[in-house]
Design a protein around this ligand. Structure first.
Ligand code: F6R
Ligand code: MG
Ligand code: MG
Length: 423
């Protein structure tokens, strides 16, 4: 596309402009759209043919010039489509491409009689955007820097707010991210856009000044989730999370939202290592897991290791890295590889995270020992679409008012006249 190349540190142009003219920088959009449309053996993993059909559809869109580039991957039972383009966020052609992938993958899932075929497809007609139609999306638009390292976190069997404590550590805590203290641009702080996923509202607060207010909201993980974080030193968006709540969209519980988080890194933003570090610091407890109703520990792994094999989990998270190159994804594959043939850097797919995985299983097993009681299961409001309302409805006529019960139990004593008095 002929955009100028900037120095990776100063972000100043280092290549002469064509014909001596200055070229306006076009903003690139990175869109990740994901859905669970059926899987092989319960809620485990999409069939390779489903991934294949998505790849074929997106390769056609790339040939047609709709997409600049793309990569199809999965985590657990969710298909994740990474797409880059110059059409902006919420674009009909881009969302339509994803919708087509999920429709065709659903057809395959149905033909094979796979489990929960078409699970996240909640409408019959596509209205131009996947929002409210079932799939989750996270999109960001920005001026590509001289070098643009990106991380894509993708998760299964959990909810959008699962990223909140982790992103808080990365962007708000100088004891975690040294860059907040020593990188002059990171030190300017970040604006955090928080969504109230129940009442569909948003508020933007600034760190470091309002850090404690940010944490006061985010602590309520059933209502608040980080949607976006912006640099306050002019770099633009740092990260975006898919905050679509499936149960609110569908009106009933149909599975967890299995959110993605797209991040830009380095040079004024958290470095790649500052993004990955928190996954070794502690075991992150995430709501979801079995029947979307339990707390389990995030298990950082490679997509290949993301089958939820223990009690349908525990919640899996993968971290894949790409460089952007004029809107194209550059991983370990050859330069200018087309057709979605990319090899991302798989950050959690190595032995460094062995201890995090072992801890995830150990702590998840411990949580399981509490059975169907909190804190093993989610709070009541998060489970309202499970069986409890029905159980309550059935038992309603059998519930007795305790005051009435007390009255009935009051001792009776005989009066002198022989009549019976009730105290
Ligand atoms: C959680 C999930 C699974 C299912 C569980 C029951 O997001 O996908 O844990 O909730 O396997 O599934 P159904 O209700 O389909 O039998
Ligand atoms: Mg599923
Ligand atoms: Mg899933």
């Amino acid at each position: 596309m002929g955009r100028q190349v900037n120095d990776y540190k100063t972000d100043k142009p280092i290549t002469p402009k064509k014909n001596g003219e200055s070229m306006a920088k076009e903003k690139v959009t990175v869109s990740v759209i994901k859905a669970d449309v059926g899987s092989v053996v319960g809620h485990s993993r999409p069939h390779p043919s489903m991934m294949q059909v998505a790849k074929k559809i997106l390769a056609d869109k790339q040939k047609q010039g709709i997409l600049e580039d793309f990569y199809v991957t999965r985590v657990g039972d969710d298909i994740n489509l990474f797409m880059t383009h110059y059409k902006g966020e919420g674009n009909k052609e881009i969302h339509g491409a994803a919708w087509e992938c999920f429709q065709e993958a659903t057809k395959i899932a149905k033909t094979m009689k796979l489990y929960a075929a078409g699970q996240d497809i909640l409408t019959t007609a596509f209205s131009g955007n996947v929002k409210g139609a079932g799939p989750g999306s996270a999109e960001m638009t920005f001026e590509e820097r001289g070098s643009e390292p990106m991380l894509f976190f993708i998760a299964d069997k959990t909810e959008p707010s699962a990223y909140s404590p982790i992103l808080s550590r990365i962007f708000l805590d100088p004891f975690t991210t040294t860059g907040l203290v020593v990188d002059a641009r990171a030190k300017k702080g970040f604006d955090v856009e928080i969504h109230d996923v129940i009442d569909n509202k948003k508020v933007t607060l600034s760190s470091p000044e309002e850090t404690l207010s940010i944490l006061a909201l985010l602590g309520d993980t059933s209502r608040y989730a980080i949607k976006r974080i912006f640099s306050r030193s002019g770099i633009g968006p740092a990260c975006v999370v898919s905050t679509d709540k499936l149960n609110l969209t569908a009106g009933k519980y149909i599975g967890k939202d299995d959110p993605v988080c797209v991040c830009r890194s380095q040079s004024g933003l958290p470095s790649v290592g500052e993004y990955t570090q928190p996954f070794l610091m502690t075991s992150w407890i995430a709501g979801g897991w079995m029947r979307g109703s339990h707390y389990g520990t995030f298990y950082p792994c490679s997509p290949e290791d993301s089958d939820p094999t223990y009690f349908d989990g525990p919640p899996r998270i993968c971290c894949l890295g790409f460089q952007l190159n004029d809107g194209k994804l550059q991983g370990l594959e050859e330069y200018n590889s087309k057709g979605g043939n990319h090899i991302p850097v798989d950050f959690f797919g190595n032995s460094t995270f062995d201890s995090a995985r072992a801890n995830a299983i150990k702590t998840s097993k411990f949580l399981r020992t509490q059975g169907p009681f909190t804190p093993s299961i989610l709070p009541a409001e998060e489970m309202e679409y499970t069986s409890r309302p029905e159980v309550l409805k059935e038992l309603k006529p059998r519930f007795v008012n305790l005051e009435d019960d007390d009255k009935k139990k009051k001792p009776v004593k005989k009066s002198k006249s022989g009549s019976v008095d009730v105290e």
